[in-house]
Design a protein around this ligand. Sequence first.
Ligand code: ADP
Ligand code: MG
Length: 281
Amino acid sequence: MDQSDKIVVQGVCYTYQDAPDAALCGVDLSVHAGEFLAVLGHNGSGKSTLAKLMNALYVPTEGHIWVVGMDTRNDALVYDIRQHAGMVFQNPDNQLVATVVEEDVAFGMENIGVPPAQMRIRVDEALRAVNMQDFRTAAPHMLSGGQKQRVAIAGVLAMQPDVIILDESTAMLDPAGRREVLQTVRRLQREKGITIVWITHYMDEAAQADRVIVMNEGRIALSGTPREVFPQVERLRELRLDVPPMTELAHDLAAAGVPVRADVLTVEEMVEEVCRLSSKT
Ligand SMILES: Nc1ncnc2c1ncn2[C@@H]1O[C@H](COP(=O)(O)OP(=O)(O)O)[C@@H](O)[C@H]1O
Ligand SMILES: [Mg+2]
């Protein structure tokens, strides 16, 4: 095990009670310190199960998971583990518990006995980090979906986590909310070195990750950098996933005999590629 890996998943299977088959099986994965890892996969492929195992909400039926070196099988470490690997869920309305934003951000800390003076400092810092300081005394139900998710992220941040796991946390947001949450998380990764596990079904979001894994039937079917994974258009379609639009266009152009690079991910790169090709003719 590499000591710098934040989460290590080794030979993990998980079967829900009364379920005939394992929801997850044979999963090996290391989440490296400071990386932004995207997890893709169609519905039912095991993404949320994996997330809950990483957060010690579930304990593996087989195998082991270590979160910052702590085995999730050890009951005594559950709170420590959740503090080091915080989780943000899909529905912004199910996560906020208090009637005032700053109380909500403080909520998790109250359970772990952070002294009040320290709590005040951490709440302010966390709200600044997600750019919600002006909403300190607002009522959570008045906020937009994107703002609610940023408050939920602040609540996790206040626990000073190593890792934040976000399980389709943009799925219920409008495009502006999605952008604002993704940008916030990327900034936390870059500026605070927080490791991110970003579960999503949006290809354009995964294209921005350092590394992507694709889940299928409870196993890791593909993994690599976005540039390694996304050009595998046929394979991704087999796994019932889309491809980022520009990668798909590059693939179709190549199939039509246009010598375009296969690993184009963004509109900017496509423009560059088209300019390169047209300057040759
Ligand atoms: N609470 C549960 N009880 C029984 N089976 C479940 C439960 N939650 C999920 N599953 C099953 O486990 C598999 C993986 O589900 P999940 O991890 O939620 O996938 P994803 O998040 O990728 O959509 C699916 O077959 C799903 O039906
Ligand atoms: Mg899910």
